[in-house]
Ligand binder design. Structure first.
Ligand code: GLN
Length: 446
């Protein structure tokens, strides 16, 4: 824990991954843990961790990187935080992100930008950009993020670290500030696969406070790290190496496939034909759910409340106008449009149908293949400010990550090389609740 704070003191002025740190309490907690008997300590005991600032922490300000929650101090812990504490982990601070997890660069944060530790002219990705940057910079060995449409995998890829988006229902969402409830999952970000497996082990499992969590037993993920991928069947969707994917990224992915082949795995080109519509379907569904979830920020119950108002309507309107940033407002408007009586059938219902088709594409592929492999992102990390000019192109870039959330399957991003000095991430997608195989494959060529 001391090491973590020393590293933060040294590097965070330039990386800007943390929104807040928790030094006094964290050191006291670490001290107290030192007094506990060696017996019964798990593998994560006493180790420091940083949390994306949309995961609620009792007594520690939790902002979702929004002005709306700038002064919000939760009175309870998210289930994942309770589990980390049970494992003896020490929370060193809260990490920057896109406001309410809406974005792909961490630039929509209401408070500050975070910089990619590999090259400070570039973004760390998003929305869990602070989590990925902090792990890449060695400020913390472990971090949690959240992934609604790629927000753990894409920043992990951009920062050269390991990021897992578990199966929908594998990890409790209780205490995760909701963006799109049918897509959101808490994910794990670490420097290597073994750490990631241990961290997921600690936070996964049934939670009576999240009715969507599964009663399926959590397997021993570490036991899966055998390095043996002989006979493994890999499907490589041609859509994942098609138009828009940079040549260097393609090359790094092809090399990774060759490595897996040399270890005895077999791969074949496949097609996920409905992938073309994934980004559109995702943005309709995610913004519709966000519109509903963000209705709770009304200026009354908690969070930002406008001053000097004359009536209730003005309180709602001004609190939301002043508390939400531009990207969030845009998405609330779009979601409201998609759900409106006149458009609902043509927009929302259609998107749900596309979602089913995409889930069927995956189900069909998994009848024949153990995993599906492609890049986590079509390019390496964007330059700071670069994507502001074309927000629609930025949305379209999510096409390689959002299908996984729409289908509810797990996927991991693991570093597979560099292009122009920036890391490239390999995305390995698995069957529902088969995170163990993803760890096995990721570990094999680490
Ligand atoms: N970039 C996507 C979005 O802006 C994904 C975000 C996420 O996974 N939270 O919605």
């Amino acid at each position: 824990t001391e090491e973590s704070f020393a590293r933060i003191a040294k590097l965070d002025e330039s990386v800007q991954a943390f929104l807040s740190t928790n030094e006094a309490e964290a050191l006291a907690q670490a001290e107290a843990l030192d007094q506990q008997p060696l017996e019964g300590r798990g593998p994560l005991f006493g180790l420091p961790i940083g949390l994306k600032d949309n995961i609620v922490t009792k007594g520690i300000t939790t902002t979702g990187a929004s002005k709306m929650l700038a002064n919000f101090v939760p009175v309870y812990d998210a289930t994942v935080v309770e589990k980390l504490k049970e494992a003896g982990m020490v929370i060193v601070g809260k990490l920057n992100m896109d406001e309410f997890a809406m974005g792909s660069t961490t630039e929509t944060s209401a408070f500050k930008k975070t910089y990619n530790p590999w090259n400070l002219d570039h973004v760390p990705g998003g929305s869990s950009g602070g989590s990925a940057a902090a792990v890449a910079a060695g400020e913390v060995p472990f971090a949690l993020g959240s992934d609604t449409g790629g927000s753990v995998r894409q920043p992990a890829a951009f920062c050269g670290v390991v990021g897992m988006k578990p199966t929908y229902g594998r990890v409790s969402r209780f205490g995760l500030i909701a963006y799109a409830s049918s897509l959101d999952q808490v994910g794990t970000i670490t420097q290597n696969v073994e750490d990631n497996a241990m961290l997921l082990q600690a936070i996964a499992g049934l939670d009576p406070k999240d009715s969507m969590t599964s009663p399926q037993e959590v397997p021993d993920y570490k036991a899966a790290l055998t390095g043996d991928v002989k006979g493994l069947k890999i499907g490589v969707p041609k859509e994942y190496l098609g138009e828009g994917v940079s040549d260097e990224v393609k090359k790094a992915v092809q090399e990774a496939l060759q490595t897996l082949e040399s270890l005895g795995a077999e791969w074949e080109e496949i097609s996920l034909p409905h992938l073309h519509y994934a980004a559109e379907a995702y943005y309709v569904i995610a913004t519709s759910e966000a519109t509903s979830n963000l209705a709770r920020f009304d200026g009354i119950r908690y969070g930002y409340s406008a001053e000097g108002v004359h009536d209730l309507d003005e309180l709602y309107a001004r609190s939301r106008a002043e508390g939400f940033g531009r990207e969030v407002k845009k998405r609330i408007l779009f979601g409201t449009y998609a759900l409106g009586a006149e458009h609902h059938k043509d927009v929302f219902v259609k998107a749900q149908k596309v979602r089913t088709l995409i889930a069927q594409d995956f189900a069909q592929a998994f009848e024949k293949y153990d995993v599906i492999i492609g890049p986590s992102s079509a390019t390496t990390a964007y330059k700071i400010g670069e994507t502001n000019k074309d927000p629609l192109a930025l949305y379209a870039n999510d096409v390689l990550t959002v299908p996984v959330n729409l289908a509810g399957v797990p996927a991991i991003s693991v570093p597979c090389g560099f292009a122009d000095g920036l890391p490239v991430g390999l995305q390995i997608i698995g069957k529902h609740f088969d995170e163990a195989t993803l760890y096995k494959v990721a570990h094999a060529f680490e």
